[in-house]
Ligand binder design. Structure first.
Ligand SMILES: [Mn+2]
Length: 227
């Protein structure tokens, strides 16, 4: 299958209006395009479950892959594990997501079960080969020197500088996870590093932040409108 575009959308973090403004611009066509959502649908916004449920719906469509982000993982642990592992979700922005989820559960009692099942089914990465070139889509990144199959969930969902500074593989790796203005002041556009890393979390939850989508075949990108 030859795709017209291979699109990746970065962290949205509950900013549904921004997400829709971006999604309208890209004109995604499941018959011609392939789309990967890089995770972190929830937390830090005010329409967290709308983004989450949008990702749920999208994941059912042809040629769409919705990956797992560290925020979905924190939510899953909160409900499944309890104890210390569970404790990090609320301080990381889970409070508003939890309130929205509880409101949904009141209307539809199986909402929690459906949500956790959805998260549990999210892949940690997606690998594609196009014209002999390898692309790896993952929320955070890869631990340098470790094969794709041997990466831990911890690395795939949480790694930052060690990956940006140490990766020297031949695959193009497309990630979200670290907002671009945290790496370069006032930068709200995707970063294309020399060592085959594309970072497309452009700080959706920040005042001047955006949600971004990159076509990895052409390097073209689209961004959400300001509020
Ligand atoms: Mn994130």
């Amino acid at each position: 299958m030859k795709y017209r575009r291979i699109l990746a959308i970065g962290d949205m973090h509950g900013h549904f209006t921004r997400l829709l403004s971006l999604f309208h611009k890209i004109n995604f066509d499941p018959e011609q395009d392939f789309l990967i959502l890089l995770g972190d649908y929830i937390d830090r916004g005010d329409e967290n479950m709308r983004c989450f449920r949008w990702a749920m719906e999208m994941s059912e469509k042809k040629n769409v892959i919705a990956l797992r982000g560290n925020h979905e993982q924190m939510m899953l642990y909160y409900y499944l594990l309890g104890g210390e592992e569970a404790g990090i979700w609320i301080p990381n922005g889970g409070g508003s997501t939890k309130r929205e989820l509880e409101a949904w559960i009141k209307r539809e009692p199986d909402a929690l079960e459906r949500s956790l099942k959805f998260i549990g089914q999210r892949p940690f990465y997606h690998q594609m080969f196009v014209d002999g070139k390898e692309y790896i889509f993952v929320h955070a990144g890869l631990k340098p020197g470790v094969s794709l199959e041997k990466q831990t969930d911890e690395s795939l969902l949480w790694i930052r500088e060690e990956f940006y500074n140490g990766y020297n593989g031949t695959a193009e790796v497309i990630v979200g996870h670290t907002p671009t203005p945290y790496l370069f002041p006032d930068r709200y556009t995707p970063i294309f590093l020399k060592n085959h890393i594309t970072i497309i979390d452009t700080g959706s939850f920040l005042k001047r932040g955006k949600i971004s989508c990159v076509d990895v075949l052409s390097g073209k990108f689209w961004q959400s409108d300001p509020d």
